[in-house]
Ligand binder design. Structure first.
Ligand SMILES: O=C(CO)COP(=O)(O)O
Length: 258
């Protein structure tokens, strides 16, 4: 049986400046300095402007916390005002990059084609994509949430070889559950995550699918994380609001104690 190391990632979105980031990561590192959490991978996704400070802290103190960006340009360099490239993120030793978050799809018109180009850009520069997928409320109400999410998975991974795909992280984030306090029922989340794993098996192989980590995201808190993590196909959480509170995020990382 494949054992997948749970990945708890905090997506800070547009919150915390670089000084606040330093204080926040120090708090997390202090609270997680014992061995209890070693079986869980912990990552933060701060705004671009914080990455250098987070890198300096993590490198200097040899922290086990990983970090990454919330987006990446599909281009390596050039006249793309405001964009941040894969080589820049790689130089900052980012491990992860979130791609296709629903807020990018919604406010920046990111299509599956763009998401796919960004996933390829991440791999080109040695970054691990956290490919975000999930349906809006209307889609859920129409009963098409599984098909919608699987189409996003397929579109995001298009033409990606198995050697790359097997390290991707998929984050299932139903849009209606993001920042709303309406957590998707654990069994409903499991239904979609199991279908995502089935799609990965169809696209690659069962072996590859069994190695890919699938996170749930959307109003995850210390109070609901244990139930979510108890689901067979959920291997971690992508946490927004609750990741801004160090104590709460630490409790989420220690989901086995909740
Ligand atoms: O979008 C999310 C993480 O990427 C989820 O956000 P919330 O945890 O605030 O609902």
């Amino acid at each position: 049986m494949t054992t997948r190391t749970p990945l708890m990632a905090g997506n800070w979105k547009m919150n915390l400046n670089h000084l606040e980031a330093i204080a926040h990561v120090q708090k997390l590192a202090f609270a997680l300095a014992d061995k209890d959490y070693e079986a869980v991978e912990v990552a933060v996704l701060p705004p671009f402007t914080d990455l250098r400070s987070v890198q300096t802290l993590v490198d200097g103190d040899k922290l086990k916390i990983k970090y990454g960006a919330q987006d990446i340009s599909q281009h390596d360099s050039g006249a793309y005002t405001g964009e941040i490239s894969g080589p820049m993120l790689a130089k900052l030793k980012c491990t992860y990059v979130a791609i296709g978050h629903s807020e990018r799809r919604q406010y920046h018109d990111e299509t599956d084609e763009i998401v796919n180009a960004k996933v390829k850009a991440a791999y080109k520069h040695g970054l691990t994509p956290i490919l975000c997928v999930g349906e809006e409320l209307e889609v859920r109400e129409a009963g098409s949430h599984v098909a919608h999410t699987l189409a996003q998975v397929e579109g995001g991974l298009k033409d990606l070889p198995a050697e790359q795909a097997e390290t991707v992280v998929i984050a299932y984030e139903p849009v209606w559950a993001i920042g709303t306090g309406k957590v998707c029922g654990a069994e409903d989340a499991q239904e979609v995550c199991a279908a995502v794993r089935g799609k990965l098996a169809e696209l690659y192989s069962q072996d590859v699918a069994d190695r890919i980590r699938i996170q749930y995201g959307g109003s995850v808190k210390a109070g609901n994380v244990a139930e979510i993590m108890a689901q067979a196909d959920i291997d971690g959480a992508l946490v927004g609001g609750a990741s801004l509170d160090a104590d709460e995020f630490v409790k989420i990382v220690r989901f086995r104690d909740q």
